[in-house]
Design a protein around this ligand. Structure first.
Ligand code: 5AD
Ligand code: SF4
Length: 437
């Protein structure tokens, strides 16, 4: 049997796109190889959000180029995802990576089987990029990474144009799937043993289908599905977070008591320059309402430091917001200029050492907050959905609580895919230890 291997960079959307690509390859008769060098088809699913992912991708692609130059490598190399959506990268691929066999984008994924077949039968390189498709993709059977949990797309693309962000340029305009398609997909997943779904979109709050069904209505409908135990969603933009969604935390028992609500900055003036279309006060108001509706809610976020023009005062507003909210955890990023976005052209870019120093100060406060939050679980018994075995030893497993906390569990039996009770024994900054009850 021919083999494939997929290397995925970036966010959950990319992870799910890779599951879809894997589903297509298996439909064509390929099977997974854990080793990229033993695969007949290698797919790089790329990310453009920050420079770091760009560099890692070019480095790995270079390795394959070297092998091909030494004539050791006859495998088919494909590149997809966000990077080839950018004209600059398309030029670069044509110039420096002309040897790549198949290139497709975020909006032409469905064409992959045809492109691969054409490459094999004609020997010609295949290139298919669409910049702004208006077609809502037809979701095919994906090959899920986990049996017990699934990623489900509900919207594609983004219309928000935050001034630092490349995503609206790489994933195109926002489109919602139909309410009934999503509900039917989740029903099928639940019937197949899926316990937890993560509803995916750049901004799930702006989900609206042709019949006017909204995101809270979708959550309420999915909450009725038998067999399903947990509903999560990602990502939610504060500017569109409705009272109706906050109410779902009161009424939907399967909705996990967790929200990932990227704030990006605690300063209203920076938020304005970022074009986030909410200010510090509005964000705090949402947080207060969420805490009121669901006192135990875990709150996580994304924060960028060193956005162009960020003053020390503005940065301190971010630190004070972190303290006010008391995040359970946060992804923190150093601002990375992305060519083609407005902020990359702002002329008051922050020097690297200032960005770095702020990043360290922010992380210290975020980590203190995380530890404090984790310590609240000390000696408690919590439900954990077990994702897999720990790499450390064969008696250790890891999974997530309702509040998305990572728990390492010691257990004498295999508990992968199960929702189990765990007694917490030790709380650290980035994870928690416990034993199976
Ligand atoms: N620089 C740094 N971080 C960025 N993000 C998006 N674009 C950039 C950028 N240019 C971060 C945001 C977003 C997360 C997915 O990545 O915080 O929420
Ligand atoms: Fe990027 Fe803003 Fe859209 Fe998120 S909402 S993908 S940060 S433009």
């Amino acid at each position: 049997m021919k083999k494939y291997h997929i290397i995925t960079f970036g966010c959950q959307m990319n992870e799910h796109d890779s599951e879809n690509v894997a589903g297509m390859l298996e439909g064509m008769g390929y099977e997974l190889s854990e080793d990229p060098y033993k695969a007949d088809v290698v797919v790089f699913n790329t990310c453009s959000v920050r420079e770091h992912a760009d560099k890692r991708f070019y480095g790995m692609l270079g390795q394959f180029k070297k092998r091909r130059d030494e004539s050791k490598d006859t495998r088919i190399v494909c590149v997809c995802g966000c990077m080839p959506q950018q004209p600059r990268v398309q030029e670069e691929i044509k110039k420096s990576f002309a040897w790549v066999d198949v290139v497709f984008g975020t909006q032409t994924i469905g064409e992959f089987p045809r492109l691969l077949n054409d490459r094999i039968t004609t020997g010609k390189k295949q290139f298919s990029i669409t910049a702004n498709s208006t077609v809502v993709p037809d979701e095919k059977d994906s090959k899920r990474l986990h049996k017990h949990k699934a990623l489900v797309n509900i919207t594609y693309g983004c219309n928000n144009f935050c001034t630092y962000c490349i995503v609206p340029y790489t994933r195109g305009r926002e489109k919602s799937r139909s309410f009934f398609d999503v509900v039917n997909e989740v029903k099928k997943l639940a019937a197949d043993g899926v316990i937890e779904v993560m509803l995916l979109g750049q901004n799930v709050n702006s989900f609206i289908d042709d019949e006017g069904n909204t995101f809270p209505a979708l959550v309420r409908e999915i909450n009725k599905i038998n067999g399903l135990e947990r509903i999560r969603f990602m990502t939610s933009n504060p500017k569109d977070l409705s009272e109706d969604l906050i109410d779902c935390y009161r009424t939907c028992d399967k909705l996990c008591k967790h929200i990932h609500l990227p704030v990006q900055s605690g300063s209203s003036s920076v938020l304005k320059r970022m074009n986030r279309r909410y200010d510090r006060e509005k964000y705090i108001d949402i947080i207060d309402k969420l805490k009121e509706a669901c006192p135990e809610i875990a709150i996580t976020t994304d924060i960028i430091v060193g956005f162009p023009g960020e003053s020390e005062e503005e940065f301190k507003d971010t630190l004070s917001l972190v303290e006010y909210v008391g995040y359970d955890s946060a992804f923190t990023f150093i601002y990375s200029p992305r060519e083609g976005t407005p902020a990359a052209g702002f002329n008051d870019q922050i020097p690297y050492d200032v960005k770095h120093e702020r990043f360290e100060r922010l992380n210290e406060i975020v980590n203190n907050c995380s530890l404090k939050k984790n310590e609240k679980l000390s000696d408690k018994t919590v439900k954990v959905l077990v994702d897999g075995a720990s790499s450390k030893d064969d008696k250790s497993y890891s999974g997530r609580t309702d509040g998305f906390k990572l728990v390492n569990i010691s257990s004498g039996r295999d508990i992968i895919g199960q929702l189990v009770d765990v007694k917490i024994t030790d709380c650290k900054t980035f994870s928690i230890d416990g034993i199976l009850v």
